[in-house]
Design a protein around this ligand. Structure first.
Ligand code: APR
Length: 238
């Protein structure tokens, strides 16, 4: 019998904050500067596609800034994965690629990614890291079709949900890191995991509410608490 625990990790914007990427709902968060309904809904894309392309092109360009690098929290999760292998699922709500750059593989990007566009005709995701707009044509159709950001907007279905629910229902440990728990379905993952007897852990700068949904809570910046928690977990693994 495999004695390694099955671990599901969910990360949110807080894990990338100390790498220099803004979160959404903290002070100076992205939703203070931009209205969700202007840049992150299908209706926004229909009404003013260039504004939506500009918003995501700016975020993609920021990722190419050499100052933006994975931090010790991303690295600690890659270390955990190198011990647990396929017994760990790393789910992120983030559209950055800092987990991959830290060495994690098979990252489940439930809200999409800035590292690709989506063809509006075939709906395929195509790896692409340059800026794009309404003149860009995909490389998957002939003739090429218009493309959109490969991002899950408000009102759209997150990606890989069936796979995620299956992993949550088999998990021994569920760990949520740097997420405010305000956006469903991710906010409900803790309930699914707990209902299936997983031990639930929250690692966050500040707890989202006084009534925590988690059995164990570590408060502090991700760059401190994530490596510390991973060290504790690895020591407990036989
Ligand atoms: N270390 C740990 N946690 C932090 C840090 C840090 N250095 N800085 C901030 N946090 C925490 C905050 O306390 C907050 O709970 O990260 C969380 C960030 O919350 P949000 O800004 O709401 O980001 P997130 O939960 O990822 O948002 C979910 O909402 O707008 C959508 O699609 C977008 O994926 C995003 C989703």
């Amino acid at each position: 019998m495999n004695r390694l625990p099955k671990v599901v990790v969910l990360t949110g914007a807080g894990i990338s904050a100390e790498s220099g990427l803004a979160t959404f709902r903290d002070n100076n968060g992205l939703w203070e500067e931009h209205r969700i309904e202007d840049v992150a809904t299908p209706q926004a894309f229909s009404a003013d596609p260039e504004r939506v392309y500009r918003f995501y092109n700016a975020r993609r360009a920021q990722l190419q800034d050499p100052a933006i690098t994975p931090n010790t929290a991303h690295l600690a999760l890659a270390r955990l994965q190198s011990t647990l292998g396929d017994r760990m699922m790393l789910i992120t709500q983030n559209v950055d690629d800092l987990h991959e750059r830290a060495g994690s593989c098979g990252v489940v990007h439930m809200h999409g990614t800035l590292q690709s566009y989506r063809c509006l005709r075939s709906h395929k995701s195509v790896a692409y890291t340059s800026a794009f707009d309404s003149r860009t044509r995909c490389s998957c159709c002939n003739p090429g079709s218009p493309v959109r950001p490969d991002i899950v907007w408000f009102g759209e279905m997150p990606m890989h949900i069936e796979r995620i629910i299956e992993a949550l229902s088999q998990a021994d440990i569920f760990i949520a890191i740097g997420t405010s728990g305000q956006v469903y379905p991710a906010a409900g993952f803790v309930d699914i995991a707990r209902d299936h007897s997983a031990h639930t852990v929250e690692l966050n700068l500040a707890s989202a509410s006084t009534e925590t949904l988690f059995e164990e809570t570590w408060q502090g910046p991700a760059t401190s608490v994530v490596p510390a928690y991973v060290d504790k977990l690895l020591k407990a693994i036989p």
